[in-house]
Design a protein around this ligand. Structure first.
Ligand code: PHE
Length: 442
């Protein structure tokens, strides 16, 4: 992309609050993302649309189904792995999606010419920075910080088409579980993680060694096999916790530059094999570079959208981004283990009208029965009422009168409602409230 192209793109981007384009006297284009400045270059390919998804943090929004599934996964790891009553895994779900190419690729031994680095696949901020393409981008920094068991959860960005199952932004849960020799071979003292002639302190050893298909050359067969068994059991436990004991699964050999051996787990869902995660034994070179040189670790990464869509029967990935209350309310205030089956919301637009009134002196904001009001709204409005929400409570500072404000969401299942006809129904509801409760419309 030439600088001219970048400029025209950025001028449009400039309209967004979180993104600024400016030209210094030397005519250097800069990109400001989350209050950080980057110098644009021929790699820059962010678009305003993509930037608008930054900071949405769907995985942390209480009404979003992704948030429920995130909580279920964290709960599985918290309850399955403890030491001394404390959870073994620590959870990181607020890591910035702005990462360096070192974090996203180099630290993970992804070769210079690997296709996942292509401009056509990533959202580059510039040559050295990008929106992370996977949560594994944080693996090395957390290992370097001294962590051994952790989950990394967040939004990841990959250039993709938008259709019912693909979206350029999605969410992943990534994890590392490390074991010392004493932990791995708790019941078999005397066994070792590393082959006797291997020196983890000599990184050049990695370059010269050739791995066989079952294990890295540095690991003993016992360590690699035991770790593989644990990894597979833990992940099958996870999909059983989500989909039930009877879920059919299979393991498929895979390749990732940062793990060896590597696998993908597929589950049989809706008459099809569906890939749910990638995993493997972490390349010891990554561990040694980041610090620990006496552990063996497994890692996995799973996409939250696919699991969430399957669990709740959500037909389109774009719905995850919906701010429509007809969608979000289906996941509102739900226990994480509650069985939820998504009911399609009408494709016709919503109309939202507010209704505020003063209560009669006999009632207060605490004694007014909201449920009575909801029934009245449904009685008068019928099927076009999609939702009624209490929006605001207010006590006038001087005259001490009490007031309530409700939002009423109207939507017809078969056609677009006009504002005029909604206003008419709304007026009827106001009249009925005045008659039934003695309120005064504000
Ligand atoms: N990062 C990989 C992906 O996004 C998943 C993965 C994570 C695979 C950790 C192995 C180990 O597809």
């Amino acid at each position: 992309m030439s600088i001219r192209n970048i400029k025209s793109n950025f001028l449009f981007i400039n309209k967004l609050q979180c993104f600024k384009y400016s030209t210094s006297p030397k005519s250097v284009a800069t990109v400001t993302l989350n209050e950080k400045n980057f110098i644009a270059d021929e790699y820059t390919n962010l678009t305003p649309k993509i930037i608008s998804y930054l900071n949405r943090n769907l995985h942390l929004q209480p009404n979003n189904p992704l948030c429920l599934v995130r909580q279920r996964i964290v709960k599985y790891f918290y309850s399955s792995f403890t030491h001394g009553g404390n959870p073994t895994f620590s959870v990181y779900e607020n890591l910035s999606p702005i990462v360096t190419t070192k974090q996203n690729f180099d630290d993970l031994l992804i070769p210079e010419d690997h296709p996942s680095r292509a401009k056509s696949d990533c959202y580059y901020i510039n040559r050295n920075n990008l929106l992370r393409g996977h949560m594994t981008a944080h693996q090395s920094e957390l290992l370097r910080a001294g962590l051994d068991n952790f989950l990394m959860i967040g939004d990841v960005y990959r250039r993709d088409e938008i259709d019912s199952s693909h979206f350029p932004v999605f969410h992943q849960v990534d994890a590392v579980r490390s074991q010392l020799k004493e932990q791995l071979f708790e019941n078999h003292r005397g066994l070792n993680i590393f082959e006797p002639d291997f020196d983890p302190m000599h990184p050049s050893d990695y370059k010269n060694s050739i791995d066989d298909p079952t294990k890295q050359s540095c690991h003993t067969l016992e360590a690699a096999k035991l770790m593989e068994t644990q990894l597979k059991n833990h992940l099958i436990g996870l999909v059983q916790a989500l989909f039930g004991e009877d879920i059919k699964h299979r393991w498929v050999d895979a390749y990732f530059p940062f793990t060896h051996p590597s696998w993908e787990l597929e589950i049989f869902y809706d008459n099809n094999w569906m890939e749910v995660l990638g995993c493997g034994i972490v390349r010891n070179e990554i561990l040694a570079n980041a610090g620990p040189n006496n552990t063996i670790a497994y890692a996995f990464g799973l996409g939250l959208e696919r699991l969430t869509m399957a669990l709740y029967k959500i037909p389109d990935i774009r719905l995850m981004w919906s701010t429509d209350s007809g969608f979000l309310s289906q996941f509102h205030d739900k226990g994480i283990d509650e069985k939820i089956t998504y009911k399609p919301v009408s494709v016709y637009p919503q109309c939202v009208n507010d209704l505020s009134f003063w209560l009669p002196p006999s009632l207060t904001i605490d004694t007014f029965m909201c449920n009575d009001f909801y029934d009245l709204v449904r009685d008068v409005g019928g099927d076009i009422i999609e939702q009624v929400k209490l929006k605001d409570k207010f006590i006038h500072p001087k005259n001490k009168k009490h007031s309530l404000c409700f939002s009423i969401v109207y939507r017809h299942l078969e056609r677009t409602l006009t504002q005029a006809e909604v206003n008419e129904v709304h007026k009827e509801i106001e009249k009925a409230a005045v008659n039934s409760f003695g309120v005064v419309i504000r």
